[in-house]
Design a protein. Structure first.
Length: 658
């Protein structure tokens, strides 16, 4: 347990899959004395891979927290998944980290997901160290990787070490702050620092004597404020560069802030179920102090709940802390209704979030035994509680369950968890793409919901197409004399719900909806009248303007032997893809471009097959784009269509009253 006033860091470890993230974490734990023996990803003994499926597959599925002490500093380290299918875990971890270590393979270099994570780190202004791993592998090229990093990530990445030895002969990296460091490399570092400060540049050019310690102080301060990003080299598998990385964390990353005496302010970023403790909410506390048996306000849900225990969870083990102070992270038990993203206490100190994960596929669940149906419903709802992006759709009338997923590996993991944790045999149908809709033109939607009495709600909306990627923008231009504020708030709350199913059954996005007219009746209006009327007004507007189908697009990077390049480019054209001119790297060809998800779901398997495993296919979501006119995709609507107003009114009133 951390004593008040002790220095503490919250560090997230991020990387593209297979860059050596979990191996680096294991060596960090070993070198710091936190573990007595080295864990191994391949052997399934990694401390932070506590799930059975993680040990079997050798990949991280869930973000895992562990704590250790290095040079009297407590470090909370969060090891995040590297595979794109588990990006939601990365997204949630990013929000509660004060600093980050981004691991990049010296062989593969900057991958698309590396860029994605980097952009999120920059959006949130999180100070970041870069660790170039696998320097001892064949194909490792520190100069090429540094060039890529400065091109794709930032020119503000500065190496503070010089690697010695090449590929298998790599044996260490020397500190550029030492008096006997390579003069050229050291001068290059000084010049890079001097360029970032006018007075420092002036002193440097005029030949003033600036000590090594002064140069280092500039670097430390600018790193802590995320103005520069120190880069180190190593080989985690051989333990090379690990203690230097630990020293760099303590030196270059900012300590966790927060005042233990301030009003409580924290956020729930992860939910897990423990066999003995039940539901555990992982909380990052920004301000204040939390103790066992405290009553706390859930600001997001406007409810009060009692904390039963505060536990430090570490590699599958946990201990009762009894206390959680500002700047720290722990699992809080007893919060039965809490959800991921909920703010506990006051919201003032909670940082923004960076949206990374967008599920692009939906699948239907199938169970072998009919008696398992209620258990499958409950299990999937519990798992959706732990990962809200699964967004389980339970169609009770049709006895169907649908979940949203990022990709095929996530589906494998989901099946495995359902079997190991719940003892359920569940299979999933063929994934189908999640399309969206957007308005074709500007127009209006109108509803006068005045029958059957007693009811009265009159609404007029203006609907306009928005820029691609803008989501929903909502505004109200109605006087409170015409429509009371409480009714306007009800309309605002119902508009996003009404847009969940458009004319083709898909969510409607990239639009502006403005309430331009509204009326209530002094006697006949009930607040729920606007819950009934809003979807009818919105759907009337969509029917008037029409909608365009949008499809998800992936940004891709394919690396193949040169002889396969021609076929790959032909495949991309057949799949409606676009790509840049290919780049040759030795005997391999690198092709970057964009592909619709719909045409490329099975392509990575096909590519691996005909290149005999000598290819890599990496991708991440690049946005939604308009479908070609010959692409048709319609989804069966859930519930009654608000365009069938009389039938819809009856069904909704019955549901609201029932």
């Amino acid at each position: 347990m951390t004593l008040s006033g002790a220095k503490r860091l919250n560090v997230g470890i991020f990387a593209h899959v297979d860059a050596g993230k979990t191996t680096t974490t294991e060596h960090i734990l070993y070198e710091s004395g936190r573990t007595r023996a080295l864990g191994s990803v391949d052997a399934g003994t990694a401390v932070t891979d506590s799930m059975d499926i993680e040990r079997q597959r050798g990949i991280s599925v869930r973000a895992a927290m562990t704590s250790f002490t290095w040079k009297n500093v407590q470090i909370n380290l969060v090891d995040t998944p590297g595979h794109v299918d588990f990006l939601s875990e990365v997204e949630r971890s990013l929000r509660v980290m004060d600093s980050a270590v981004l691991i990049i393979s010296a062989v593969e270099g900057v991958q698309p997901q590396t860029e994605l994570i980097w952009n999120a780190l920059r959006k949130l202004k999180i100070p970041t160290l870069i660790f170039v791993n696998k320097m001892d592998r064949i194909g490792a090229d520190s100069k090429r990787v540094l060039e890529q990093i400065r091109t794709y990530l930032s020119p503000d990445v500065l190496p503070i070490q010089l690697p010695l030895g090449h590929e298998q002969d790599f044996y260490t990296a020397v500190d550029l702050w030492s008096t006997d460091a390579d003069p050229d490399a050291q001068q290059s570092l000084f010049e890079s620092l001097a360029e970032r400060d006018e007075s420092l540049l002036e002193s440097y050019i005029s030949g003033e004597d600036i000590s090594l310690e002064q140069w280092r102080e500039y670097a430390v301060n600018w790193s802590k404020s995320a103005n520069i990003f120190p880069l180190l080299y190593g080989s985690a598998a051989k333990g090379i560069g690990i203690t230097t990385l630990l020293d760099a964390m303590v030196a270059y990353l900012p300590e966790a802030g927060g005042d233990a005496e301030s009003p409580l302010s924290g956020i729930v970023f992860k939910i897990e179920r423990d066999k003995s403790m039940g539901r555990m909410a992982f909380v990052r506390l920004y301000e204040g102090t939390l103790r066992n048996r405290d009553m706390i306000i859930n600001h997001t849900q406007s409810i009060q709940e009692k904390v039963t225990q505060i536990r430090k969870v570490d590699g599958g083990q946990s201990e009762d802390l009894g206390l959680l102070m500002a700047g720290d992270i722990a699992a809080v038990c007893g919060l039965a209704h809490v959800r991921i993203g909920d703010v506990l206490g006051v919201p003032d100190s909670i940082p923004a979030e960076a949206k990374l994960a967008i599920p692009l596929l939906t699948v239907r669940a199938h169970w072998n035994n009919e008696v398992d149906y209620p258990k499958v419903v409950q299990a999937l709802q519990e798992l959706s509680d732990e990962d809200p992006l699964l967004d389980v759709q339970w169609l009770q009338d049709e006895r169907e369950l649908h979940v949203k997923v990022m990709g095929p590996i996530q589906l494998e993991i989901l099946s495995s968890v359902l079997e190991t944790r719940y003892g359920l045999q569940v299979t999933f149908g063929k994934p189908s793409v999640i399309y969206k809709e957007t308005p074709k033109s500007v127009g209006e939607g109108y509803i006068a919901y005045t029958m059957p009495k007693p009811c009265w709600a009159v609404l007029r909306f203006r609907i306009e197409p928005g820029p691609r990627g803008s989501g929903l923008q909502y505004d109200a231009q109605v006087r409170t004399d015409d429509l009371l504020l409480q009714y306007q708030n009800e309309v605002a709350r119902r508009v996003p719900e009404a847009l969940q199913q458009g004319l083709l059954g898909w969510e409607v996005t990239d639009l502006k909806v403005t309430l331009i007219e509204g009326q209530h009746h002094v006697w006949h209006t009930h607040p729920l009248d606007f819950a009934v009327a809003t979807p009818m007004g919105i759907m009337d507007g969509l029917a008037n303007v029409g909608t365009i189908l949008l499809e998800p697009i992936l940004r891709i990077r394919i690396v193949v032997p040169e002889e396969n390049g021609g076929r790959v480019m032909n495949d991309l054209v057949q799949m409606r893809g676009t790509f840049e001119p290919p780049v040759l790297q030795g005997d391999r060809m690198v092709i970057e471009g964009y592909l619709p998800v719909a045409t490329s779901i099975d392509y990575p398997i096909e590519l691996s097959s005909y290149t005999k495993g000598r290819s890599t296919f990496t991708s991440f979501f690049a946005g939604y784009e308009e479908c070609p006119s010959d692409v048709v995709a319609e989804r069966t609507r859930r519930g009654v269509n608000p365009l069938d107003q009389s039938k819809y009114i009856l069904s909704v009133r019955k549901a609201l009253l029932g």
